[in-house]
Design a protein around this ligand. Structure first.
Ligand SMILES: [Zn+2]
Ligand SMILES: [Zn+2]
Length: 780
């Protein structure tokens, strides 16, 4: 299509340059853009076996296409037939049902007088010239006495029979249906049942033909108006009603497609579909998310024969030769050298049509490994494990690979079909190159790095249908990579000269906790990746690194290196840290391959490339360490909240008082230095007596108190909070008034109303917070 558009700009069509020259141009285009795509994939860090790159049009794949075609042809499953197909009058080719895009359009229903008391309703009066009958439902009391009689096509003045057929709906239009077998799928079937003639009333380019008399040569849409006007002038138009119907468009050029009677190649699908339906039903092939198996089964269970021929030039040419004298047809895997094998006539020519591109794509899972040769690759890799693709090609591609896999290999092509979410624009539109709403992955990589881009994508890779493109996610990804880089640099400065080990000895609570969390993270990330929940894997990796490793663990171990000088302790802690980093890098490598591979080689010890290193296994777990750490973290968080309530600066020390039951006292005492450091507590008192003037927060059975500092001006703080509360309430009321004004809600854009609602919630939250803090102070 792109090459044809380029030619059009130069005022040429493919017919002007000729078939061989045209194919050369397409190959040139393919080489240029094919390598662009491969370049993008490489920069994105896609890990493919680039030595096995293949293309559906290369020699081994072409061989597979011809082999499959000839085998199915010889079995009778590929046949030539005059069928109603979807025809694009612009591209001059047949299209498969899946290549037609249906859209609702406003049209009209025209009621026409066919004489003999018969009125028919049609949306397409220009097709009347190809009518061959009028059909009524034989159970319809209004019309059944007419069956066997005749009526007359208006304007054409041609008599046609009135027939009875149960497919005619009695409640649509008038209940009498004009039958145009060559231009409507229902009519085609009715026509076949009654052995009716198939009159073609349109040319390939969508113009009326000689059947239409004075309208001969007129474009189909112009003719619709002209025919209607003439009918009206002659008093044959009974009435006209507005009507909405679904109109099919060409996926390539968006021209309205025409159901058209044409000689095409078809593939019989019913038999091929059977094992492919069973495979999904019995779980041999699994869709993830499972809901897409419904999409697949709905199509497969009602499958129609596949129109596989296309009247274009780019593609696999149909490997059938036909003899001009005796009409003998034969399929060839290799081009034949002589003439017709039956009569020897030299006018023995290859079919000019090419195959639907999905024909060769459908063979990909085995053609890529060199089938029909029984190659070692084919033996080793087929069936494969997972296919990852988008939902718009489940029927076009996935279904056909499964059917053809069973047919030619007797086995499924893969076990899992993962259908990923589609990235939409920020406001929920489909990304499209022609509308300029797409994004170039290279630009994202320029801006956020390949790993930042990948992390951003993975963190949005939910199992929903669509995700809206949010640039913040890539930014978060880039910042995350920087964070990992810096934190590892710091860690390595602490762990310098330490030899890593597979079996670290965690002795402190912090170490036991860290190794337990690493093991739990390993389970979580592996489980998420195995279940195709990539967003959950990305989220868990982010949370662990940023919060647990950096905010907590690295803070907790600083005293070991900066204050205490116990070399044995330092070695033990450094080995735990290195162990955690080793596992962490392996777990995050699939999402951020570049930064993790680079860092990996800075860790001490002998290291194979990270990309070749196995994912870690869960290891050390100590539930008690986690529950103790949870308590300590909750105490620190409570102390920090209280400090914030009081407006203390981060470095400002303040007294903290913990009132604890005897059961927790030992834990708190043992970890006193950590609590002092992380809560900026000086002094830290652990006891039973509650203080007088203080803020407090409960943590399970514990209570955390922050006594007011000596210089704290309670009345000033109360006044400030009162003012804050009054302001928040005023804004909330104003917004509420706006939202209760029906005229505003009706007229404003939905996103404006939503914004106001958000604002209201924010003011209410602010008021509630101020109110609560006030209560704390005024209760003192
Ligand atoms: Zn088209
Ligand atoms: Zn012959």
């Amino acid at each position: 299509t792109v090459v044809e558009k380029q030619l059009k700009k130069e005022g040429k069509s493919r017919h002007d340059v000729g078939r061989p020259e045209f194919l050369k141009l397409v190959w040139k285009w393919k080489e240029q853009y094919g390598s662009t795509i491969v370049g993008q994939l490489k920069r994105l860090g896609v890990s493919c076996d680039w030595e096995r790159e293949a293309f559906t049009m290369d020699a081994p794949r072409s061989r597979a296409v011809r082999e499959v075609f000839v085998r199915l042809f010889e079995k009778g499953d590929i046949y030539r037939g005059k069928r109603l197909i979807n025809w694009c009058p612009q591209c001059l080719t047949a299209l498969s049902d899946l290549e037609v895009e249906h859209e609702e359009a406003k049209g009209a229903l025209y009621y026409l007088d066919y004489g003999n008391g018969v009125t028919i309703a049609t949306t397409r009066p220009e097709t009347i010239f190809a009518d061959v009958a009028v059909a009524v439902n034989p159970t319809d009391e209004r019309f059944k006495h007419l069956i066997g009689q005749k009526c007359k096509i208006p304007l054409a003045n041609r008599e046609i029979p009135i027939i009875g057929d149960e497919a005619v709906l009695t409640d649509f239009g008038t209940g009498a249906l004009k039958i145009t077998p060559a231009h409507d799928p229902t009519d085609f079937e009715i026509g076949q049942r009654h052995n009716l003639e198939q009159l073609v009333g349109l040319t390939e380019t969508g113009k009326l033909n000689e059947l239409a008399g004075e309208f001969n040569g007129m474009d189909r849409f112009k003719a619709r108006t002209a025919v209607t006007e003439k009918l009206e002038a002659e008093g044959l138009l009974v009435k006209k009603e507005e009507h909405i119907n679904k109109v099919g468009h060409c996926y390539r050029c968006h021209t309205v497609i025409e159901p058209y009677l044409s000689d095409q190649w078809f593939m019989n699908m019913k038999r091929l579909a059977e094992p492919a339906i069973a495979a999904v039903k019995n779980g041999d092939v699994r869709f993830v998310p499972d809901r897409y198996s419904k999409t697949y089964l709905a199509w497969m269970e009602n499958i129609r024969d596949w129109c596989i021929s296309r009247q274009i030039w780019w593609g696999h040419r149909i490997p059938i030769w036909t003899c001009e004298s005796c009409s003998h047809r034969q399929g060839y895997v290799e081009d034949p050298t002589g003439g017709c094998p039956k009569c020897g006539d030299a006018r023995y020519e290859q079919d000019p049509d090419v195959l639907d591109t999905w024909f060769s794509s459908g063979l990909w899972p085995f053609s890529v490994f060199g089938w029909p040769e029984q190659t070692p690759d084919l033996k080793y890799f087929y069936p494969t494990s997972t296919l990852v693709t988008g939902r718009d090609i489940i029927n076009l591609w996935v279904a056909r690979m499964i059917m053809l896999g069973y047919e030619f290999l007797g086995e499924k092509p893969y076990t899992d079909v993962h259908i990923h979410a589609t990235i939409m624009t920020r406001d929920g539109q489909r990304m499209s190159k022609s509308k300029g709403t797409g994004i170039d992955p290279l630009e994202l990589i320029e801006e956020y790095g390949a790993d930042g881009t990948r992390f951003g994508l993975m963190s949005q890779a939910t199992q929903s249908q669509d995700v809206r493109h949010t640039e913040e996610r890539y930014e978060q990804g880039r910042n995350f990579c920087t964070k990992i880089w810096n934190a590892v640099k710091l860690s390595l400065s602490l762990a310098k000269d330490t030899q890593p080990t597979d079996k670290p000895e965690p002795t402190s609570l912090a170490d036991r906790w860290l190794l337990t969390r690493v093991s739990q993270l390993t389970r979580k990330v592996r489980g998420a990746i195995e279940g195709y929940n990539f967003d959950q894997a990305a989220g868990a990796l982010y949370e662990f690194f940023w919060t647990e490793l950096c905010d907590w663990y690295l803070e907790l171990i600083k005293p070991v290196f900066y204050q205490r000088q116990d070399a044995e302790e330092q070695k033990r802690v450094a080995q735990c840290l290195l162990y955690a980093l080793d596992h962490y890098l392996r777990l995050s490598h699939p999402i951020m391959p570049f930064v993790t591979e680079e860092i990996w080689h800075h860790l001490p010890g002998e290291r194979a490339p990270l990309i070749l290193s196995p994912m870690p296994e869960p290891g050390w777990e100590d539930a008690q360490a986690v529950s103790e750490m949870d308590t300590l973290q909750a105490v620190v968080r409570a102390a920090r909240n209280l400090r914030a309530e009081l407006g203390l600066l981060p470095k400002q020390k303040a007294e903290i008082l913990l009132v604890a039951p005897a059961s927790s006292k030992e834990l708190l005492e043992k970890n006193r230095p950590m609590l002092e450091a992380l809560a900026m507590a000086e002094p830290l008192t652990i006891g039973e007596d509650r203080p007088g003037k203080a803020l407090s927060q409960g943590v399970g059975e514990l209570e955390v108190f922050l006594p007011f500092p000596a210089d704290f001006d309670l009345s000033r703080e109360v006044k400030r909070l009162e003012a804050e509360l009054a302001e928040a309430r005023k804004f909330a009321e104003g917004t509420e008034r706006k939202l209760s004004n029906q005229a505003f809600v009706d007229k404003a854009k939905p996103e404006v109303v939503a914004k106001e609602r958000e604002r209201l919630a924010e003011y209410q939250e602010r008021a509630r917070g101020a109110e609560e803090r006030l209560k704390l102070f005024t209760n003192q």
